[in-house]
Design a binder for this molecule. Structure first.
Ligand SMILES: Nc1ncnc2c1ncn2[C@@H]1O[C@H](COP(=O)(O)OP(=O)(O)OP(=O)(O)O)[C@@H](O)[C@H]1O
Ligand SMILES: [Mg+2]
Length: 425
C-alpha cells in the first residue's frame, strides 16, 4: 500500500516541478500545450487509468461524488492530521472527510484479483475525486466497484441519518418536489426490550425480521419479491403501534404511515407505493376501520360500483381509476401484485382490533406472512412493565407477591396500556 502511495506521490512531485518550471519559462498557451503533451506521454506509459468524479456534472450534481465522499468517510479515522467534518441534513451523525491532496488506497475483494484503487480529492478549484485503477483491471472491476461504493454509501447514509416517519395526510396533493409523502424525524422510543410480551414470541418476531433483512439471496434464489407482511391484531392498548415502532428501531427502517381514507383511488395508491423507499415499513393502521374490506366474492362477481367493496366516503362509480375510492383488489395488488415489488426490502404491517371483520383474502398465507396476536397483559409481559416503569427485576420482588400477580393477571384481562397507567401513578 505504502509503495503505491510513494510512487504516486513522487510522480505528482515531478509533475508539479515541471509545471512550475513551465510557468517560469513559457507563455500560457505554449505552457498548456506542453502540459497536455506531458499528460499524454504520462498516460501512455502508465499502467494505470484515471477517472475524475467531479461534484458537478454539467449542471447536475453528481450522485457518485456524494457517494464517494460518504464512502471515504468510513475510512478516515479521527487520528488523521487534517480532516473535514460534515453533518448532513436530518442526520445526527458527524462524518469525516479527506482534505485536499490526501489519498486512500482501497482494496476491493469482490473479484478474484485484488485491484489497486486509489481515491484522491481533486484540487480545490475543481471539487471531485480521482479514482486510479490498473489498466488491466479496468473492465473487470470498474462497474462492480462503483456499484459497491453506491451501496456502501447508501448504507452509511441510512445509518447516520435520523429515520423518518412519512404520512400521506395531505390527500393526493404533492409537495414542491413532487412527492406525495410528508415526513418528520421518527423518534419513537419503543424497542423490543421495552415491549411487554412473551419473550419467546418476541424472539420469534425478532428472528423473523433478522432473516428477512439478511435474506436478499434467499429471495433472489426463490424468485420471491423481497417483502414481508405482518398482521398485528388484538384489543386496543396491547402494543400494536408500539410493536411497529420497535420493528422500525430494530431494523433501522423508515416508516410510511398510510392513511387509506386520504387515498382516492387505486392508481393513487400505486403512485404512493412507487414513491416509498427500500428498507421501509409501510403501515396501514386499523385496517378494518379505514376501509370496508369484506366480501371479496361480491367484488369479483359484481363490479366495482358495489358499495360493499368500496371504501372511503365517496361512492361514485367509475371503475378502478375513474372513481374516488379504492377497492379491496386495489389493496391486495398494493401488497401482493407486481407493483408491490417496485423497490425492495419492504415490510407491510396491517393492524386491526377486529380480525374477524377482515376478508379471508387479506388473511391467506403468503399475503400476510405472520399473524401476530397482541394479547392482554400476561405474567411475562407484566414483569417487563415492572422493570420498565419501576426498575424491579424478578429477584427484587417477594415470592408471594409474584405468585399473587401471576394468579390474577390473566384473569384481570388488562391491557399493557392499562397497567402502564397504573404504574405511572
Ligand atoms: N405490549 C406493550 N409493551 C409496552 N408498552 C405497551 C404495550 N402495549 C401498550 N403499551 C403502552 O400503551 C400505550 C398504547 O399502546 P399502543 O398505542 O401501542 O397500543 P395499540 O395496540 O396500538 O392500541 P390501538 O389498537 O388503540 O391502536 C403505549 O404508548 C405504551 O406505553
Ligand atoms: Mg395503535
Amino acid at each position: 500500500m505504502r509503495e503505491y502511495w510513494n510512487s504516486f506521490a513522487s510522480l505528482l512531485g515531478v509533475l508539479a516541478f515541471c509545471q512550475s518550471l513551465l510557468q517560469l519559462i513559457f507563455p500560457p498557451q505554449l505552457r498548456f500545450l506542453c502540459l497536455k503533451f506531458f499528460n499524454r506521454i504520462f498516460h501512455l506509459f502508465s499502467s494505470y487509468c484515471y477517472f475524475d468524479i467531479t461534484e458537478i456534472d454539467g449542471v447536475n450534481t453528481n450522485e457518485l461524488y456524494n457517494a464517494v465522499q460518504l464512502y471515504l468517510s468510513s475510512f478516515v479515522s479521527i487520528n488523521g492530521s487534517r480532516l473535514s467534518l460534515t453533518r448532513a441534513l436530518n442526520s445526527s451523525a458527524i462524518t469525516f472527510g479527506l482534505s485536499n491532496n490526501d489519498c486512500i488506497v482501497d482494496t476491493f475483494s469482490g473479484v478474484t484479483a485484488i485491484p489497486d484503487l486509489f481515491l484522491r480529492p481533486l484540487p480545490e478549484e475543481k471539487r471531485g475525486f480521482t479514482l486510479r485503477i490498473k489498466k488491466k483491471n479496468k473492465s473487470l472491476i470498474l462497474d462492480s466497484y462503483l456499484d459497491y461504493i453506491m451501496e456502501r454509501s447508501n448504507e452509511i447514509r441510512r445509518k447516520n441519518q435520523d429515520r423518518l416517519l412519512y404520512t400521506n395526510s395531505r390527500g393526493g396533493s404533492l409537495d414542491s418536489r413532487g412527492h406525495p409523502w410528508e415526513s418528520v424525524p421518527f423518534k419513537h422510543p419503543s424497542t423490543f426490550d421495552t415491549l411487554a410480551m412473551h419473550p419467546q414470541k418476541k424472539q420469534e418476531i425478532m428472528d423473523d425480521l433478522e432473516d428477512f433483512a439478511n435474506g436478499q439471496s434467499f429471495y433472489q434464489k426463490t424468485g420471491r419479491a423481497w417483502k414481508r407482511g405482518y398482521l398485528l391484531y388484538g384489543p386496543p392498548g396491547t402494543g400494536k403501534s408500539s410493536m411497529i415502532a420497535a420493528m422500525a428501531n430494530y431494523l433501522s427502517y423508515d416508516i410510511y404511515d398510510l392513511e387509506l381514507t386520504e387515498v382516492h383511488n387505486n392508481s393513487e395508491l400505486r403512485k404512493l407505493l412507487m414513491k416509498t423507499s427500500s428498507k421501509s415499513i409501510i403501515v396501514i393502521e386499523d385496517i378494518d376501520c379505514s376501509v370496508n374490506l369484506t366480501n371479496r366474492k361480491k367484488n369479483n362477481k359484481r363490479n366495482y360500483c358495489d358499495p360493499e367493496v368500496r371504501c372511503g366516503s365517496g361512492s361514485a362509480c367509475g371503475g378502478e381509476d375513474g372513481g374516488n375510492s379504492i377497492t379491496l383488489s386495489g389493496l391486495l395488488n398494493f401488497t401482493d401484485g407486481l407493483w408491490s415489488c417496485c423497490g425492495s426490502e419492504r415490510i407491510f404491517v396491517f393492524t386491526t382490533n377486529h380480525i374477524e371483520k377482515l376478508d379471508p383474502a387479506l388473511l391467506r398465507s403468503g399475503r400476510m406472512d405472520m399473524h401476530i396476536y397482541m394479547s392482554y397483559c400476561s405474567y411475562h409481559a407484566l414483569k417487563i412493565l415492572l422493570k420498565n416503569y419501576l426498575g424491579y427485576e424478578e429477584s427484587d420482588l417477594d415470592y408471594h407477591v409474584l405468585k399473587e400477580l401471576s394468579d390474577v393477571v390473566d384473569k384481570a384481562e388488562m391491557t399493557p396500556a392499562d397497567i402502564s397507567e397504573v404504574l405511572i401513578c
